[in-house]
Design a protein around this ligand. Structure first.
Ligand code: UDP
Length: 235
């Protein structure tokens, strides 16, 4: 496999072409942003944690029948993935109210959501990832109704598996963001699953074990990312 020219650079990852048209190479960076790019910084070795943790989560999900873009973990910072066309919708699953949901709706922070809440946001830095619904998605031709049904079913299945998995590690899965892509006519899970894209609260103490430590300047950011990875590596 040859790493060829860079296709795209996002806030946390770079995507490269490879000599196989079906595969891209993703390189995870240490750069961290929050609040739609307003807060910028870096978390030492975050790229390593997010790459290794995402690969592990994709492997576990594959065993549960959820296909992802992971082809192969290459090294600490790089993975080989299927060359998907990313659907421009961020899918957010919320088990407990916090973050933007609390700010937007005035709902009490930390309240369990029954049923679990699914939200969609348009993937657009220029517009600050605004919330959209199934009608916007259809009218903007972001995805078909059938694709959205598959995405919804996968998101709930992933949530059930991840809730059960993380509770065994003494981590409560509060909320997380998923992205999906099209690959050879199928919808598959893409992007990453990491402390950047999920919120975890430690069972018993409610200590925040995710990017909120960076967003809210809570300290011990690097150590907490490492701690989450260590737990995931026991799975
Ligand atoms: N999230 C993400 N990328 C985004 C927006 C949200 O990974 O661009 C994740 C975030 O880490 C959290 C969940 O999605 O686990 C819900 O985020 P929320 O809308 O509360 O984000 P906030 O605006 O509070 O950062």
């Amino acid at each position: 496999m040859k790493k060829l020219e860079q296709l795209y650079e996002g806030k946390a990852k770079k995507v490269f072409k490879t000599d196989n048209a079906d595969h891209y190479l993703i390189e995870y960076k240490d750069d961290a942003t929050a609040f739609n790019g307003e807060k910028r910084g870096s978390i030492e070795d975050k790229g390593v944690v997010n790459n290794l943790m995402s690969a592990k989560m994709f492997q576990l999900l594959e065993n549960e029948g959820v296909e992802s873009h992971l082809v192969e973990l290459l090294n600490d910072r790089e993975m080989l993935v299927k060359a998907v066309e990313i659907i421009q919708v961020e899918v957010i699953v919320r088990n407990v109210a916090t973050g933007s949901m609390v700010r937007r709706l005035g709902i009490e922070d930390g309240i369990t959501l029954e049923p679990t809440v699914l939200e969609y946001c348009l993937k657009s830095d220029a517009f600050g990832d605004p919330i959209i619904n199934d009608y916007h998605i259809a009218a903007m031709k972001l995805a078909t109704e059938d694709e959205m049904k598959q995405i919804r079913d996968m998101a709930f299945k992933i949530n059930e598996f991840m809730k059960e998995t993380f509770i065994k590690l003494d981590l409560k899965l509060i909320d997380f963001k998923l992205e999906f892509g099209r690959f050879k006519g199928k919808i598959i899970l893409a992007d990453e699953i990491s402390p950047d894209t999920c919120r975890f609260w430690e069972v018993g103490t409610n200590r925040k074990m995710d990017k909120d430590r960076f967003r809210q300047d809570l300290g011990n950011v690097k150590a907490t990312y490492q701690e989450v990875l260590k737990k995931v590596q026991t799975l």
